[in-house]
Design a protein. Sequence first.
Length: 351
Amino acid sequence: MESPLRIGVRVPPCDRADRVVETVRRAEELGFDDVWFPDSQLLWRDVFTTLTAAALGTDRIGLGTAVTNLATRHPAVVASAARSVAELAPGRFTLGLGVGNSSVGPVGLRQTTSAGMRAGLRMLRALLDGEEWEFGDAGVRSRLRDPGPGVPLHLAASGPKNLQLAGEIADGVILLSGVSPRTLRSATARVREGAEAAGRSADHIPLTVSAFCAVTDDIEAEARLIKPICASIAQNGGAPFLALAGIDVDVPKTVEGVYPDLVHAEDWPAAVEICSAWISDEAALRFAEEFCLFGTAEQITQRLGALRSAGVTGVFLQHVGSYDPPAELIEAIGSSVLPALSAPTPAKAGH
């Protein structure tokens, strides 16, 4: 019997850690399985400080980074931070890693390459396991005192190289393709290729999908708000994925008037208006219907069930916005969707 789909929610560290923990506690009370925190040093409070407070302030809920990186944080620094949080939340912490995105851009650094990610994960795992590591050309060998073996390392990926890399070396994969069946099939196929090349079974690699979510009776109105998300995907090489869903858009590489970027715009209404030059209301609606979880509680429940049938093991839901907690989303999902998902399936006639 397959395990139930894990339902998580993304909570940006957008306020003091003690206040963010109030949101995490509410998610735990309502039955969410996980809370995932993004890491971007100029946008939010420090992610590991927030995780420490969350670990001390909760009892059951899973905690994870979605995601931190190995560019602004040296792998040895990440190893120490991850071990420190894992000690406070035994068996509850997952270290999600990615290429950097909003962490590296604002400080003029480049995203981590696939080769860099491979090397960084090797170092990180060795240190967490208590092994010595040779640093630099000078041949300095060091190890992490009081290591934390067993911390799951999940790799966030969207492109084919990193999807294959995740299948090859990571303990789990965070899929950035949304819930579109077409893109999910393509993404999971790449993960499987990487796993098989390494002699691993892809069936045992957790797959967590990130998805924007809104419980609503008016999908058209909510869809208009995610134009910057759609534009950012097209801007960063995702146009072919959008085209699979019949969304043909051409967004310039540089968009003026949005800070710090399209996904994390401080003035969201302005970003929506700016992106309306390339993303029509129709395209936004199509994007919401194909890639996001927008709709009534019943519709969202049905789509989540379909994800589990497709081999996905977890999902973390995102609200539109980076600088406020997802309180409304947590209440809506927690009060209507989670009870429906946990309800026993009616027996078929004759059984």
